[in-house]
Ligand binder design. Structure first.
Ligand SMILES: C[S@@+](CC[C@H](N)C(=O)[O-])C[C@H]1O[C@@H](n2cnc3c(N)ncnc32)[C@H](O)[C@@H]1O
Length: 233
């Protein structure tokens, strides 16, 4: 393996931070993981067995503290949600929230979304992927860490059924320009809706923690809805 291919394989969209867990988050991880948690394992999940039914499936990448993910699951009990997050305190917070709201249509995987998508989801097994306020990696030398790039889009497209949707939001102008550019070159996604606003016109989603933080700093918000184009026969 060359030096550059070795580097390519290890570039991730996150840096694992130790992060302080509150005692209740730690307890939540122990006690609620058997109900909500799915271990990372390189084998495709049987989603019908996992949820005990066949329903619309939504995957959220980088759910943060999970408040809006749990809210969505509570409000749409006919849909099954899978949340991916690498920050353990956020996962603990999400599990507590899910228990408090008595949510049953949600599962959580605490592992790198790229590996999870690649290894645990069969092609065309998802109806929708949400990527809300991905880390913007503002410094130029860190742009290579941005999760929105051609290989991520190819992976996301493969896991979505034709006509399935990818929803992205950011509060970072330079990332918005990057997203516009990368997706305008995509042959697997078609732009269905785009909004630029002050937090007052999100597409069909709830206002997230990072969005609120960005708005307080005077940032604008960009929202996109992309549709997965059916592969050519
Ligand atoms: C800027 S925060 C946004 C959190 C939340 N979506 C919100 O809007 O409040 C981005 C989150 O994505 C998570 N993340 C980044 N890369 C990830 C990856 N490859 N797999 C899973 N989670 C990831 C980070 O740990 C972080 O919590």
């Amino acid at each position: 393996m060359t030096e550059s291919s070795r580097q390519k394989r290890t570039i991730r969209s996150f840096v694992r931070r130790a992060g302080r867990m509150t005692p209740s988050q730690e307890r939540a991880l122990e006690e609620l993981w058997p109900k909500y948690g799915i271990e990372y394992d390189p084998a495709f999940l049987d989603l019908d067995t996992l949820f005990g039914r066949h329903a619309e499936r939504v995957l959220e990448i980088g759910f943060g503290n999970g408040d809006t993910l749990v809210q969505a699951a509570a409000d749409h009990t006919d849909i099954d949600y899978i949340g991916l997050e690498v920050h353990e305190p956020g996962v603990g917070h999400c599990l507590l929230r899910a228990r408090d709201m008595d949510v049953n249509n949600l599962r959580v995987i605490a592992h790198d979304a790229i590996e999870v998508l690649r290894d645990q989801f069969a092609d065309a097994s998802l109806d929708r992927i949400n990527l809300y306020f991905p880390d913007p990696w503002p410094k130029k030398r860190h742009h290579k860490r941005r999760i929105v790039n051609p290989s991520f889009l190819a992976l996301a497209a493969a896991k979505l059924r034709p006509g399935g949707t990818l929803h992205i939001a950011t509060d970072w102008q330079n990332y918005a320009e990057h997203i516009d550019e990368v997706l305008s070159q995509s042959e697997v996604f078609r732009l269905a809706a785009r909004r630029e606003h002050d937090g007052d016109q999100p597409l069909d989603r709830y206002t997230t923690k990072f969005e609120t933080r960005g708005l307080k700093r005077g940032h604008r918000i960009w929202d996109w809805l992309y549709e997965r184009i059916a592969p050519k026969a």
